[in-house]
Design a protein around this ligand. Structure first.
Ligand code: NFS
Length: 658
């Protein structure tokens, strides 16, 4: 008998796909569509109409040229750089939209939104050199929005948040000429350089790619994180649920999917309005149930405890439950196939951005001036659709509890309370060998192998090895759905040192930091750890690694590049998209490590990913002259700030959910 193919590590998702063998999903398409072996490894150039040129064959690196004469390393470097530019554009636009919303709020055009976190606004104003003491909040907000909007169109100079990086890290960027000027300029320049007849030096092309990526990490994405916190609140730990089991049979189910939380925040408010709940009851439902997908899910989960239905590969299976009345999408990672699946059910797909239209969906373009009314319109549409639901009951019942919402501010607070918050305990735990190192587990879940499976494998193995994990994007949905984002996970699965730290502070061994733009929270944490002392005095050299084991998007490549440039080695799963060129591979791994102390490594084998991550961590420990990591053997007896000690410190900040 032929062995059944496992499509995903999520049992609920697997069950729903199995129950509808005639329904096509991304897993079927991934089976049918074999990747083009030439493009897959970066050996195809289609940047002009003399081609596409395929630079393959024996010793292609040295012998093959495109019609224009471009050699293989140039072609491969261009391909990588263009992925970075596209990813930066995507995250950058997200930051731009958030900044425009803040400006609209400050100018009084977006009455449904407020500045919810005034302290964060002041902190951001302070970083930007904007006076805030004694000034009206909205005046400060206007200045902040105006100043950060300059980052997109600036032609010369430096982007505003570059100065947030440790001095040594900045010095490296200056030395190698990769300080970004303005986001739009860096994207345009990569596109320019990589057209036919332009830059023919792979190293120079890749420098431009790094500069562009920094415009994302220390620009677009960081702006997005900060403005989202300013408008909707800086996250604190909160309990939520995860997986396809979150839908309720007797309630109106609404999903918010995508990345930008502005409309989703309004929907969160609308679903608890008594009139709308009454309206739902008038249609026979017991209430309204809101859930999220992908990064919009992370945004509303962190701030409101809204459940997540999962990450990228759960989009179609979610609709296949037959229980979703309205599936609202904003921008990014929205697969057009959802409309085809929805046609077989009663689910209404609603697009809300003029940048994302899908034929067959209802289009309600988001307008911040009337945001709450639009949210109500969407909720009503879902309620009106509820009686059309034909599916009775649900056999997807498994769901996990999770704790999410560890902003970098909260992580600092939890290590000492409001007045003594710092990164000292974490640094000390690393120095002592209780915590071997830190891994940022991030990125997508991919239908090309049992989706979420590599996240699960790495998560469990890393914490067993006393590695603290910070998790973002669909990786946090993967871990959340597996039940890993709980303090109990530390007790049951973490190594002895990490378990002790987690128990003392009362945290899970995997901290949910938010959406993919919130990878910038990791940069902020690493910067704070460098400033705290005792480890590296720059981001490079920390016992820290980033892993995106199931990455899919160009955004992921841009993120990986800005981590590498900032000094963090990153390991990406799957076959390398630059495999065709040894020279490009050498630059990404060896040259970048030498210059920036970060690197971009592609490794398809999960066990080798783990080994490579631990190797980077152990080598960084050795270079810092820290004690060699040995499980259960710690060097110092420093007392961690435990829960009792923290309670005694009269912390004024509420402690939600833990
Ligand atoms: Ni990140 Fe967020 Fe998920 Fe991948 Fe897409 S949702 S921005 S790109 S698929 S992690």
């Amino acid at each position: 008998m032929e062995k059944k193919k496992i499509r995903t590590a999520q049992s609920g998702t697997e069950k729903i796909i199995d129950s509808m063998p005639d329904m096509e999903t991304c897993f079927d398409r991934a089976d049918k569509m074999k990747p083009c072996p030439i493009g897959h490894e970066g050996a195809c150039c289609k940047n002009c109409h003399m081609g596409p040129c395929r630079l393959v064959g024996k010793d292609a690196e040295n012998t093959m040229k495109g019609v224009c004469g471009a050699k293989l390393p140039v072609v491969t470097a261009r391909y990588f750089a263009r992925m970075v530019a596209a990813g930066t554009a995507c995250h950058g636009d997200h930051g731009r939209d958030m900044a425009f919303t803040l400006l609209a709020v400050a100018e009084g055009h977006a009455k449904d939104f407020q500045v919810k976190d005034v302290k964060k606004l002041y902190r951001t104003a302070d970083i930007l050199g904007i006076e805030f003491e004694g000034r009206p909040v909205l005046d400060v907000a206007k200045d902040v929005a105006t100043k950060i909007l300059e980052d997109f169109g600036r032609q010369r100079g430096e982007m505003n948040f570059i100065k947030r990086a440790p001095k040594k890290t900045q010095d490296r960027w200056k030395k190698y000429g990769i300080v970004p000027r303005g986001m739009d300029r860096e994207i345009a320049e990569v596109m320019d350089r990589t057209t036919m007849g332009m830059d023919a030096d792979p190293e120079s092309i890749l420098d431009a790619a790094l500069r562009c990526s920094l415009a994302n990490g220390w620009g677009g994405s960081m702006i997005s994180t900060d403005v989202t916190d300013i408008l909707f609140g800086t996250p604190m730990p909160v309990r939520a649920e995860a997986s396809l089991g979150i839908f309720r049979e007797d309630e109106v189910n609404i999903i918010v999917h995508g990345h930008e939380p502005s409309l989703a925040e309004m929907i969160v408010e609308a679903v608890s309005e008594p009139e709308l709940i009454e309206y739902a009851k008038s249609k026979g439902a017991k209430g309204i149930n809101l859930g999220g997908m992908c990064c919009t899910a992370n945004e509303v989960l962190m701030r409101h405890g809204i459940a997540t239905a999962g990450g990228f590969t759960n989009q179609e299976p979610a609709i296949m439950t037959g229980l979703i009345d309205a599936f609202t999408v904003d921008v990014q990672c929205i697969i057009p196939a959802i409309v085809d699946v929805a046609k077989k059910f009663h689910t209404k797909i609603i697009t809300s951005s003029d940048k994302v239209k899908i034929p067959g969906a209802v289009h309600i373009p988001f307008d911040e001036h009337i945001a709450k009314d639009q949210a109500r319109q969407i909720v009503r549409l879902a309620i009106d659709n509820y009686p059309n639901r034909t599916k009775k009951g649900s056999f997807i019942t498994e769901k996990s509890t999770m704790v999410g919402g560890f902003s970098h501010e909260y992580i600092e607070y939890m290590q000492g309370g409001k007045y003594r918050g710092s990164f000292r305990p974490l640094n000390d735990a690393i120095i002592a060998g209780r915590v071997r190192g830190v891994v940022g587990l991030a990125g997508c879940d991919n239908p090309r192998w049992p989706s979420t499976g590599i996240h699960r494998y790495l998560a469990t193995e890393l914490i067993k090895n006393d590695v603290l994990i910070v998790s973002t994007g669909c990786s946090s949905a993967a871990c959340g759905g597996a039940g890993y984002l709980t303090p109990e996970m530390a007790l049951e699965n973490a190594g002895p040192g990490l378990r002790e730290v987690c128990e003392a502070i009362g945290i899970p061994p995997i901290l949910h930091l938010g959406a993919c733009v919130d990878n910038t929270r990791i940069l902020t944490i690493a910067t704070a750890m460098a400033a705290e002392g005792g480890l590296s005095d720059e981001i490079g050299g920390m016992p820290a690694v980033g892993i995106a084991p199931e990455w899919i998007t160009e955004k992921a490549v841009s993120i990986g590049a800005y981590f590498a440039a900032s000094g963090v080695p990153v390991i990406f799963g799957g076959e390398s998209p630059v495999k065709a060129s040894k020279e490009v591979t050498r630059i990404l791994t060896e040259v970048w490590f030498e210059r920036y102390r970060g690197a971009f490594v592609f490794e398809p084998d999960p066990e080798k990913m783990l080994a490579t991550a631990l190797d980077y961590i152990d080598k960084a420990r050795a270079a810092l002259k820290l004690k060699k990591y040995e499980p259960g053997k710690f060097t110092t007896e420093k007392v961690l700030m435990d829960m009792t000690a923290r309670r005694e410190m009269k912390a004024a900040k509420p402690h939600v959910g833990l």
